[in-house]
Design a protein. Sequence first.
Length: 255
Amino acid sequence: MKALKEVPVAEYWRTAKFFGPDYPNKSFIFSVLSRRIPGQVFSADEAKSSCMVTTNSSYVFLAGKFGPDFVLQALSHLSDRDDVKMIVPPGQILPGSLPGGAELVDRVQYAHRGAPPRAEATIPMGFRLEVLNAELFQRLNWNVATDLFRDFEGFLRGGYGFCLTHAGDVAAEAYSVVGAGISEPGIYTAPGFRGAGLQRILLHELLREAGRRGHQTVLSCDASTHATIALARRFEMTLDVEYQAVRTVQGKRTT
């Protein structure tokens, strides 16, 4: 099987055209292409007719003109990674069978097209809303943010976020990856604090911050993640894209 080769940074512009209006998770992709978050771009041919964009998290993106063989090439290239969530464009033809340990999952992306919330959210007693700073970044419970941004300096280049703390503990955390004028949140509540509506409060704040910065907010998840879909609908977000991902789970991580 032909090996994928890394695309030089100076040629990233040749692959950006593949990520049009119907491609999901564009904030991740354009953050990599603009070097705001760590990542790499690979292609199988000199003409760069297709590409794979990787991030430091589990998320990987395929785009361009490719067939089922390119999907298998990409999975082979990523075989040494603990876990992968490889996004493919809507309508893409996938291999008839996937390698062992890989499965196809349905994904959805919701977009917020209305005005951002004007009023501040009501914070439950005992909790404190804080801007995500260097000290809090070191205490996050979720590995996704630290994987994506690598460190707090990387976070400042590629995103923004908030935490809800309780008695000094990080009870819930949220960040947005920013690229191409799009903010995409990731939100996580520590196990001991679930059921208190903390994710709703944090998404409320992220929508307000996106409004201040002039960004559109999108929220994506597996189609089976009903709680996230319900949260998106609560803020009157509308279904934007339905797509698929090839997922491998080889490690025991929290993504």
